[in-house]
Design a protein around this ligand. Sequence first.
Ligand code: ASP
Ligand code: MG
Length: 456
Amino acid sequence: MLRLPHPTGMYTRLLGLALGALTFHVGRLLAPFCASGNVMARLVMKFGGTSVADLDRIRNVARHVKREVDAGYDVAVIVSAMAGATNQLVEWSRQAAMLHDAREYDAVVATGEQVTAGLLAIVLEGMGVNARSWQGWQLPILTDNAHGSARILGVNGAELIKRFKEHGQVAVIAGFQGMHKETGRVTTLGRGGSDTSAVAIAAAIGAERCDIYTDVDGVYTTDPRVVPKAHRMDKIAYEEMLELASLGAKVMQVRSVELGMVHNVRIFVRSSFEKPEDIDPSKPPSGTLICDEGDIVEQQVVTGIAFSKDEAQISIRRVQDKPGVAAAIFGPLADSNINVDMIVQNVSGDGATTDLTFTVPSADYERARVTLEKAKGSIGYARLDGATDVAKVSVIGIGMRSHAGVAAKAFKALAEQNINILAITTSEIKFSVLIKATQTDLAVRTLHTLYGLDKA
Ligand code: ASP
Ligand code: MG
């Protein structure tokens, strides 16, 4: 006999379905960052040195991790060494021998992360969270053999994913380190490299997001210590972040942002000092998302202002205006590993000689002068002038591509403040001015207001 469902029963079931759908929907609203449909989304969480500086803070980190595990994420955690630990290890290597083998330097400095990865795994286990620590060679994270500043070539994410599936196991991974493919030796990725480890792992396991927990709660329009009205951006495009990062807004290792851009990893910068229990899971977390420009709906013309006081200016007077001169100047500087930034050359008036101005990091100023004086014979110039009391202020924004007159506005505003511009460089999404260092704060504040970045 065919039994029709009891009307009430059917009702309940329909209601159940509706409720189910509702729960799912609310669930998504409650966790707006959760990938749709994917029940076990993967998340990378990275904690820097200050966030794991002692056992109390490591416990705090563990609670952050547990929160995400409880929310249903498969989690890979990447940790730095305890604050100061890497400096100490670098110092010991130096004291052992000023000139040392880079392979052994890596063997020494990679240990800092090993300690924190193990400790965090222990604390997590103690909290009832299944966790296992991993060093670079164990996964492995394969790199080239540029010891001390190695590049990641590949990451084996499959083993991590297997353990997520089979054991629900959190992977605690030592950042900053890898293994050279051919020799099997430990490598490190350069200072600040655990950001890059985190982004690489996020790409390898297809993480929905790579959360960078740090001692600031996001990326600001400029340094809030200089401009109290600076505000945290909700979103910033990879390219803008690259400009900000390389211009001295020291939030993340530049290479990590490049990697994120190539693999389209959504990077979220947030505070590790926010108490895990104070985070309301029904609200979107606060921080800054570094993402594709296409994901930014309300794109502003100018997004941020960076500055650097560690600049020095060198002017070479009356150099020969003939082919090969620029090579004669910048070749020796490159050979001495001196990074040249802004370069301004005049069109010569007499067709015979011209002036050339450029900037170098102030730490390299003396070395640059010596290098150029040595090369005077091959370059041929009348005089060398220089100054270290200069600063570079840069205005960044992808919107500049499509808006004219953005820089012109700045020149006028700076002039009104009596700020003299020594040199200017521009690119598609930024322009920089070189000014007297004493006027940096005034310039930054003026520009911040000018482009409407002051928070209401
Ligand atoms: N511990 C390493 C450093 O201090 C790597 C990192 O923290 O990202 O450079
Ligand atoms: Mg860092």
